[in-house]
Design a protein around this ligand. Structure first.
Ligand code: MN
Length: 473
């Protein structure tokens, strides 16, 4: 608790009294309860609040973090919380509270209802997701105290649900820690042997990075660009995944990486030029996520460089505010937008390209819901470019039909021809990474046809076609 108060002192001292009150409230309610580790239960909500304070969360969110388990594990009600604190805290705590056996006896139904509630949180108030992630992170950090079976179960759920959620909101720091913790329990020997291997390579790798860091630092300092340079190590899971895909350790282009953080956008490009003047870049490895941000708002320049020893080093160049977003995603708005953070977070989630898929899944029956969430919302995505160069993110396996309806009903319903990478293709062409797609429309077209339904991958596109045909009939 001391630590949490110290963090608050630094960025939000006005909230200290309210947070102390929440601590008193929660610790008296959890009195006599213990964690699997044997520690008093209250240590868990305090750690969760502390993770949230690292993201500079607002007062209501910190308080909700302290109270996040009281509805589930004590006799308190939502009304009590609203009375002692406020409506916002009450609805945040309610949002992170799972249904229990009393509410929904069937395990399967309960699972669907809980996932539905979680996904609803993404659109209602993303702070619910951030609290959930902090909760999961602390539970995963302390998972060793749980029975073996529970460890596997939680690790799997973390990998399938919470890792994609963290990615979706751009919280990379939490995402990579959750991945490593999950892998540790899912493939313990695989994790340990890779960790050991990386430890052995560390002195050599660090030497390469340090040398490059020193050189880059000198050339940037010569131009008086305010900067900070850090060495970045790819997380164990990231390496594990590449090896599983059949790559060799030496082929992983971002195994060794540097982060160069500068004061402003124009200096990102100037720095890129300076670095390319010193080290040869791998031509097809350059990415401009500043002009084309990822849909989770990640912005950075990526370039992979050859070292004089012939090794590859990925260099990420970005501005300070972009770096905050790269670590915390939407949670970075707490810091950059202060009092207005909640509104900006809401706008941001509302404009997400995944939003139509989320809404569609939430409207579907319980039988279809989990499958849709897995395949369309939390699945890996393929990125394609429109004719104007806009980047669109779609679930892997999507066809041109899915893209057309993601761009809007007016495009889907007037599509008559498609050109991908300068070649005519059919509307059921399965989109590939970096495809350049031009959809030709004709306002006099017949509109979308029933034959397209099985050719669409996403239930969102299918639903839009069904809707069109229903209205026409
Ligand atoms: Mn908890």
């Amino acid at each position: 608790m001391e630590e949490l108060l110290k963090k608050l002192e630094e960025y939000n001292p006005e909230e200290i009294e309210r947070v102390k009150k929440a601590y008193e409230f929660a610790s008296s309610l959890h009195e006599g309860q213990f964690r699997a580790s044997g520690e008093p239960y209250i240590t868990h909500p305090v750690c969760v609040a502390s993770i949230l304070a690292d993201m500079h969360a607002d007062g209501n969110t910190i308080i909700a973090g302290l109270l996040h388990d009281v509805l589930e594990d004590t006799n308190t009600t939502k009304e009590d919380i609203a009375h002692y604190f406020n409506e916002t805290v009450a609805s945040l705590v309610d949002g992170v509270t799972k249904f229990d056996k009393k509410d929904i006896p069937s395990r399967e139904d309960r699972n669907v209802a809980n996932t539905r509630k979680l996904i609803t949180g993404m659109t209602d108030d993303v702070r619910i997701i951030i609290i959930k992630l902090a909760d999961r992170l602390h539970n995963m950090r302390t998972l060793s105290f749980k029975p073996l079976e529970k460890q596997k179960e939680n690790a799997l759920e973390t990998m399938e649900l919470f890792v994609p959620l963290a990615y979706h909101i751009g919280a990379y720091r939490i995402k990579s820690e959750l991945e490593d913790l999950s892998l540790y329990y899912l493939d313990n020997s695989g994790y340990k042997s890779l960790e050991e291997q990386m430890l052995k390579l560390k002195p050599e790798n660090d030497a390469i990075l340090e040398e490059m860091l020193g050189t880059i630092k000198r050339i940037i300092e010569d131009k008086n660009i305010p900067h900070e340079i850090k060495m970045r190590t790819k997380n164990i899971y990231g390496i594990y995944k590449r090896l599983k895909e059949g790559h060799k350790l030496s082929d992983i282009h971002d195994l060794l990486a540097l982060k160069v953080i500068v004061d402003e956008v124009s200096n990102c490009y100037l720095t890129l030029g300076l670095i390319h003047g010193k080290y040869h870049p791998v031509n097809n490895r350059f990415k401009d996520y500043i002009c084309n941000p990822k849909t989770n708002n990640y912005q950075s320049l990526h370039t992979t460089l050859f070292t004089p020893q012939g090794r590859l080093v990925q260099t990420q160049i970005r501005a300070f505010d972009m770096d905050k977003t790269a670590s915390f995603g939407v949670a970075a708005f707490w810091d950059t937008e202060k009092g207005n953070a909640f509104n900006v977070m809401k706008d941001d989630m509302d404009n997400s390209q995944v939003k139509p898929f989320i809404k569609n899944a939430l409207n579907s029956s319980d039988d279809e819901f989990l499958g849709q969430i897995k395949d369309e919302v939390l699945s890996e995505k393929v990125y394609v470019y429109t004719r104007e160069g806009r980047v669109v993110e779609l679930p892997i396996g999507s066809t041109v039909i899915d893209l057309a309806f993601t761009l809007g009903d007016e495009i889907g319903n007037t599509m008559v021809d498609v050109i991908v990478n300068n070649r005519h293709v059919q509307v059921d062409y399965v989109l590939q990474k970096n495809d350049h797609v031009e959809i030709i429309t004709d306002p006099l077209s017949f509109g979308s046809r029933a034959e397209w339904i099985p050719k669409a991958h996403t239930s969102y596109a299918k639903a839009r076609i069904i809707e069109f045909n229903r209205r026409r009939a």
